[in-house]
Design a binder for this molecule. Structure first.
Ligand code: BV8
Length: 255
């Protein structure tokens, strides 16, 4: 067994309050491209960073809503992988012994929900849910492609001619108040923080592990490549989360 996995398993076995931050990497083994990988197909010439902004929406709501609907259908068709399932098991085992577990995710694919995780904080919203640009009414479109782009709002006051936009946080937009509050409270009280499958670039999510470390929490990173935090964490586990997490949960909660 990898010595880092053994050490982290020991820390996990003794932890009372655990925070996990996930990024697009944890969904890679479910077949979803990570946020910064090159896009494919008709989107291969686009940079996600230039589409995931309010300015892109204002400039071309048809293009942006088509991109998001294409990604939404991919997320709906995807299944959780062993990494997602292991985190749901970690939460159950910690809760069963009176411990706390908070899952902060940057992902908008809702695969953690499908895997059975419960205490999930969606820092960047969800692509599965869309909302009216005028009144904010939320709706969850079905498994087929949206019929029209940009999609007209379907809420009761549709006479105000709102459009439906994905209920995600774009670059330049504030994170949801309740998500920020939940994340801050969890980071302020955790004794172990694991960062999994994220390039640790996007703020404020990338700062949470640093705040936890400053408070004395032990810190872990699981990633397939080094990131800006790899040299600062207590344990850096290089590997696929779909393999490392099941091994970690087995070692920490054996029996
Ligand atoms: C805000 C939803 C107030 C949309 C997303 C402070 C300093 C500098 C800049 C800023 C700052 N504060 C705010 C900013 C600006 C900006 C920002 O952070 N910019 C970055 C580029 C520097 N932040 C914001 O605008 C945030 N708002 O703070 O409001 C404000 C605003 C303006 C100015 C000041 C203050 C809002 C950010 C939210 C943006 N929305 N998503 C959508 O999905 O379309 S972020 C987007 O990136 C996704 O959510 C994604 O999850 C997220 C982070 O990317 P990652 O998840 O890390 O994915 P990535 O592809 O990068 O990396 C994948 C990793 O997985 C890799 O490391 C890879 O090695 C690894 N991996 C791959 N396979 C595996 C694996 N690991 C393990 N196992 C595997 N199998």
């Amino acid at each position: 067994m990898d010595s880092a996995i053994e050490a982290v398993a020991e820390a996990l076995a003794g932890a009372t309050s655990v925070v996990v931050l996930t990024g697009a990497g944890i969904s890679a083994e479910s077949g979803l491209r990570t946020f910064r990988e090159t896009m494919e197909g008709l989107w291969k010439d686009f940079d996600p960073m230039t589409l995931a902004t309010p300015e892109a929406w204002e400039a071309d709501p048809e293009k942006v809503s088509r991109w998001y609907d294409w990604r939404r259908l991919g997320c709906l068709a995807a299944d959780p992988n062993p990494g997602h399932v292991a985190l749901a098991q970690m939460e159950s085992r910690l809760n069963a012994r009176g411990g706390r577990f908070t899952l902060l995710t940057q992902n908008v694919d809702r695969l953690h929900h499908k895997a059975g995780s419960r205490n999930i904080v969606e820092l960047h919203g969800s692509i599965i849910q869309w909302r009216c640009t005028v009144c904010g009414a939320k709706t969850t479109p079905g498994p087929e492609s949206l019929p029209k782009f940009p999609p007209p709002a379907t809420c009761c006051a549709a006479s105000h001619r709102g459009l439906l936009r994905p209920d995600v946080v774009w670059f330049g937009e504030m994170l949801p108040e309740e998500a920020l509050a939940a994340a801050s409270e969890a980071v302020a009280t955790c004794d172990l923080f694991l960062s999994i499958g994220t390039s640790s670039i996007v703020q404020p999510a990338a700062s949470y592990i640093l705040w936890a470390a400053r408070r004395g929490a032990e810190t872990v990173e699981i990633n397939t490549e080094p990131t800006p935090i790899s040299d600062t964490v207590d344990w850096s586990i290089m590997g696929k989360s779909g393999e490392a997490l099941p091994n970690l949960v087995r070692a920490a909660f054996a029996g």
